[in-house]
Design a protein around this ligand. Sequence first.
Ligand SMILES: Cc1ncc(COP(=O)(O)O)c(C=O)c1O
Length: 384
Amino acid sequence: MTKDEFETLLIRGAFDVDPATGALAPPIYQTATYKQFELGVEQRFDYSRSANPTRALLEERIALLEEGRHGYAFSSGMAAITAVLCLFRSGDEILVPRDLYGGTLRLLDAHFKNFGLNWRAVDTTDPDSLKRALSPATRAIILESPTNPTLRVSDIAAVCEIARSRAVLSIVDNTFLTPYFQRPITMGADIVIHSATKYLAGHNDVLAGLVVLKDDALAEQFQMIQKSTGGVLAPFDSYLLMRGMKTLAVRLDKESESALAIARWLSSRPEAAHVYYPGLDTDPGYAINSRQAEAAGGLLSFDLDEKHDIKKFTSSLKLFTLAESLGSVESMACHPATMSHASISAEMREEMGISDRLIRLAVGLEGLPALIWDLEKAFGASRL
Ligand SMILES: Cc1ncc(COP(=O)(O)O)c(C=O)c1O
């Protein structure tokens, strides 16, 4: 799909105008149930946990944007991931990246493990070692590329090919680059997941999760899981998410451009001991990311050098709001060791390459000079 086609689908995909009224905005069907017109005759909409017209439009649109065939909307990214994990059974094993999103790791380790679903962390950036790590019990590989917060890049096509050759499902969490920059299904992925709370919604005003599948048989099974577990997205939130998605392309272009400029600026500063951003040609993920994605996105991280106080640095930031989450029009900063990854043990964080001095920046739409000024001022205020 070309950039033009994608941008058009963002606005017009699966909905032009409401045929009943001519309304340009999709109607919000705020209803739990529907009249059954004839006993025993199946209708597309009978109860909103199973299907709702506003949610259905969003589900169709995300399937088009990811170049999949079936879309599903959930009340959060974690609800979406929970539903995906319900595809597996006791004794199955799932391979995950070493720095998988902490919430997904917690879900696997604290909950699904109790039902006999096992997981193992592997280096997904090295396809050969990943191939060796597969066991007869492996049923799926979960990928994030780039990962959060150390922005490691995996070769999506290579990993999906390994999975396919062993009849293992490939699941890609595409939250950070979105289908605007990267479309895993076109690289062979079976399942794409989103925390749509982030870049897709883009305005810090809705929690949502999305799943896209390409296989019809898997979709039939998954549809039943969505209906049975019931963590679906409400009609108003489905509307809000579609509204946010309309500006995805323009938001991401600017956020990614600003992130690259900030990453370059940080690379020239002694206060940043190491910069993690696959848009920098010095980054180990640069070559693969440039091949499989249109850009490196709006997320970057760096290690604050020892001569600066991390608490003072974060409290001196004004435009980069210290907050959980990312992907919104507002720029945000996060200290993963005490925030997003606090529930993970210090040893495990070290293994994942998350130092106590790591700062993650989610670049929003404020002016670039103002964002750089904010960082410069915080460097000055936090010098020891
Ligand atoms: C990569 C990734 N996947 C999933 C999630 C969970 O999404 P949500 O917070 O919408 O439940 C997050 C949240 O930060 C995330 O970063």
